[in-house]
Write a protein that binds this ligand. Structure first.
Ligand code: ADP
Length: 285
């Protein structure tokens, strides 16, 4: 697969009047660094809720084993894009997807794709920690048992808890309810649950926004560690957080357009688009 949507990097910019403009729909966003062997690739992806179009012609390639942040003002389609990657939008009756979304070069919307199997390879962590009302152990073992991966279960549960930076805090209480943990611990438990079946990609939808600063900082450290083994895509409304923990940043703006995608340093220090600069410097959003 060629990089950047099969060579569609036709971004029209005009600086003749000092005000840059950009055309986004159907084109690659501004920036668009070359990504070798992207894990996820969206091509001309549109998402609708009923008659309302929430995403317009998204072209984006996500690199392997890096943290990619999705930022932009509320309602610009970040969560919608995230949910389109592992077909969580299927669970919303009025949601409709057009265009292509490839995971390792396979279109996840092909008829022969089983969304449940897909979600084991592309796990998800939500804004509000949502452990099951079960023991810590059973929370982490859940996905493994469902898949019949229950040989060496203890070892797998321990490994997932360790990778989620939670093992030390809970190893003496694995039979206690996951609901008795603090909010930050619950979120790390949900991360352990997501990584236990050994996914390739972890989607995170504002995973720290319901947490206090100390718990947030632990989640941020963890996200950076996870990217050594997994591809992480994280929605955040916190621009400092995106700047701190991500390698690449995609900026969505109002109306559901992906305007710019680049190395995070470039986005925050010298974005191509005036609108992105206005957004990250706090002029709107
Ligand atoms: P963000 O994550 O950037 O805040 P969302 O993806 O949540 O944006 O929302 C994008 C647009 O889609 C908004 O206009 C929102 O109202 C609409 N939307 C999101 N979820 C639903 C839904 N379940 N049903 C109908 N409209 C939705």
């Amino acid at each position: 697969m060629t990089a950047n949507g099969g060579g569609q990097r036709t971004v029209s910019t005009s600086e003749s009047d000092g005000a840059r403009t950009e055309s986004t729909t159907g084109d690659a966003p501004l920036g668009s660094p070359d990504i070798v062997d992207p894990v996820i690739e969206a091509r001309d992806l549109d998402v609708y809720y009923g008659d309302d179009q929430a995403l317009h012609g998204i072209n984006l390639e996500i690199p392997e084993e890096q943290v990619t942040a999705l930022i932009g003002p509320s309602g610009c389609g970040k969560s919608t894009f995230l949910r389109s990657i592992n077909r969580m939008n299927d669970l919303i009756d009025i949601a409709r997807v057009e265009g292509d979304l490839f995971f390792r070069e396979k279109n996840v919307y092909d008829e022969d794709v089983d969304p449940v199997a897909l979600r084991r390879k592309i796990g998800m962590v939500f804004q509000k920690p949502n452990p099951f009302p079960k023991s810590i152990y059973d929370n982490v073992a859940y996905g493994l048992r469902v898949q019949g991966q229950d040989e060496n279960l203890d070892e797998k549960v321990h490994t997932a808890l360790e990778r989620a930076a939670l093992l030390e805090e809970v190893e003496d209480q694995l039979d206690s309810s996951g609901l008795d943990l603090s909010g930050g611990q619950q979120q790390r438990l949900c991360i352990a649950r997501a990584i236990a079946p050994d996914p390739e990609v972890i989607l995170m939808d504002e995973p720290a926004s319901a947490l206090d600063p100390v718990a947030t900082s632990k989640i941020e450290d963890l996200v950076e560690e996870l990217a050594e083994e997994y591809t992480v895509i994280i929605v955040t409304h916190n621009m400092q957080q995106a700047a701190r923990i991500s390698d690449k940043t995609a900026v969505f703006l109002t109306g559901g357009h992906l305007v710019e995608f680049d190395d995070t340093d470039k986005i925050f220090e010298n974005p191509e688009s005036d609108r992105v600069e206005d957004y990250i410097t706090g002029k709107f959003g």
